[in-house]
Design a protein around this ligand. Structure first.
Ligand SMILES: [Zn+2]
Length: 564
């Protein structure tokens, strides 16, 4: 709970942000005393983030996440480790058509080998990438114990690998593994590793806090020493979150002169994760200490998509988004207590450190009936439904939304279901058809060849006007069979749903109160490429799926203006 007196700098910040055109969206003339410095963002969700326990990206996942990062305006997207596994090799086999500097990750040449005689390095050099990020040891102890080689041979490996990648026309980065621990043990050698890459023409030397145990003041002190030897606009920071300070460590490095930050979406990563770009980006964009000094590749318009990007990654990983995530969490701007709520209604600046809409989030005030209504009205406006705030049906809709969210419906992730619920409450959805009965049969038996097979069939009875229709379909599972049967014949409405297809289907088991219920989220797409999401909740997975399927079809009919 936030309490106490609002910090005075807020208003000053807001006024400044308005002047920069960052809050209300109005672009006012900008007067800058000093040209801002460029600060670069490097995302490693697809490489270091893929080390997260339970995360396993497919090629399709990687491509979708890369294009999301690209749209956001991230300067570098590290795709993976070509040659190390089939997914990454395929990812780097052809150009992906992105604006970002798409980066391949891999090791410097192995000790005792020449650069031209190292298959790992060869795969990396052949990868279709704009940049190559090498990882190398910079802690003398690791060189001796893990690499079992000499300090000089490790330096030679760095130099030759950077040279080979430069010769291939790639931009080069060097991740100095365990840099901060290495610097403590042997500052001269750690710096020599960094300097070897820089002198050979590496664009960036990245200082990694690989164990994640370094604290912000140590980071700041060490980076200050490094930038005396290597210019800060060639120095990056790669922080892990083992003391919950990866974001603070990244910002400390920037204060000390580093000009590239590496991190991941939602702080994904091994153990406690990497520096969370979803927290770093708004801090850099909205806090004057950074906003006034630096330019990053993220526009105001892209910043407004940040909450959605963060949630989209969670959906892809089939994880519940962290409600309490700074900036983008559902609760980040939710106020519950009465006095705070009424103060917020008078002036949001009293209890908010930034304007929620700048990062695509929303203010929520719980409890107060009036405030709930304004949430609903804002939602309706967002989906294009005009409503009068004094309309008693708005109060009823609010009640229904509250009741349904309490039992597991998630309307934030299912815009189409919310819109249908709203239109129904406002009496604006025709009754196109009725499903009078459905039947799903799953049977396991031996087929004619004596193989064990599972066969699923669904039968659906639909009434369209005065016509009664029966459709049956076989599917690869009960939900698939039900979907196929339902969409097989809708009589006069069939032409409206012909181009409809399901693009995603996600199931989550929720514990709501006394029993476990299933929430199904379905994403659909039409012939114009427009997408929408629907939700169903029930103790029975087939029933939950049926609700979400029905919402998807009816939403499409409403959207297409199908006659009642
Ligand atoms: Zn790492």
């Amino acid at each position: 709970m936030r309490d106490g007196i609002p910090a005075p700098p807020y208003r000053a910040w807001r006024d400044r942000a308005h002047r920069r055109g960052g809050v209300g969206g109005e672009l006012l003339p900008v007067v800058k005393a000093m040209a801002p410095e460029r600060l670069y963002l490097f995302d490693t969700t697809l490489r270091d983030g893929a080390q997260t326990n339970g995360v396993d990206f497919t090629l399709a996942d990687k491509l979708a996440i890369a294009s999301m990062l690209d749209e956001l305006g991230i300067d570098y997207v590290e795709g993976g480790y070509p040659g190390a596994n089939p997914t990454d090799t395929e990812l780097f086999a052809k150009d992906r058509g992105l604006h970002t500097t798409f980066t391949a990750f891999g090791m410097t040449r192995r000790p005792g080998r020449s650069a031209s005689n190292d298959p790992g390095l060869a795969a990396l050099l052949e990868a279709k990438a704009d940049a190559i990020c090498f990882v190398a040891k910079s802690w003398d102890y690791h060189v001796k114990v893990a690499l079992e080689t000499t300090q000089e041979e490790n330096l030679a490996s760095i130099r030759e690998s950077v040279r080979a990648a430069k010769a291939k026309g790639r931009e080069v980065l060097l991740d100095c593994e365990h840099f901060f621990d290495g610097y403590k043990a042997n500052p001269k050698y750690a710096l020599a590793c960094a300097k070897a890459a820089y002198d050979e023409g590496a664009r960036w030397v990245v200082l990694c806090d690989t164990n994640g145990g370094t604290l912000p003041d140590e980071i700041e002190k060490t980076v200050r020493e490094v930038v005396k030897v290597i210019p800060g606009d060639h120095v990056g920071i790669h922080a892990h979150n083992d003391t919950d300070q990866a974001v603070a460590n990244s910002l400390a490095a920037v204060r000390a002169g580093a000009r590239q930050i590496q991190g991941t979406l939602n702080g994904l990563g091994e153990r406690c994760g990497n520096a969370n770009l979803v927290s770093i980006i708004p801090t850099l964009k909205l806090k004057p200490e950074f906003a006034e000094r630096f330019d990053i590749g993220i526009s105001e318009a892209a910043l407004k998509k940040l909450a959605r990007v963060s949630h989209a990654l969670d959906e892809r990983l089939n994880r519940a988004p962290n409600r309490h995530a700074p900036y983008v969490g559902e609760s980040a701007f939710t106020t519950k207590a009465g006095i705070h709520a009424s103060a917020i209604m008078k002036d949001p600046a009293t209890y908010e450190h930034v304007v929620p809409e700048t990062i695509g989030n929303r203010r929520k005030v719980l409890v107060s009936e009036q405030a709930g209504k304004s949430n609903i009205l804002a939602e309706l406006e967002r989906v294009g439904i005009k409503a009068d705030k004094d309309d008693p049906r708005i109060g009823r809709l609010l009640e229904v939304v509250k009741e349904r969210e309490a039992i597991g419906y998630a309307y934030e992730s299912a815009d189409a279901s919310f819109e249908l619920l709203a239109r129904r409450t406002l009496g604006k959805v025709p009754n196109y058809f009725d499903v009078t009965q459905f039947d799903v049969n799953v049977e396991q038996r031996n087929n004619a060849k004596g193989q064990r097979v599972t066969v699923t069939m669904a039968v659906v009875k639909v009434k369209v006007g005065d016509d009664n229709m029966i459709s049956a379909a076989e599917g690869n599972g009960p939900v698939n069979a039900l979907d196929l049967a339902l969409r097989k014949d809708l009589g006069k409405y069939q032409k409206y749903i012909a181009g409809l297809k399901l693009t995603d289907y996600r199931v989550r088991i929720l514990n709501s109160g006394t029993e476990a219920v299933t929430r199904v989220l379905i994403e659909s797409e039409d012939e114009q490429g427009e997408r929408w999401s629907t939700v169903g909740v029930s103790a029975n997975i087939i029933d939950a799926s049926f609700q979400a399927l029905m919402d998807s079809i009816i939403f499409k009919l409403v959207k297409s203006g199908a006659p009642a």
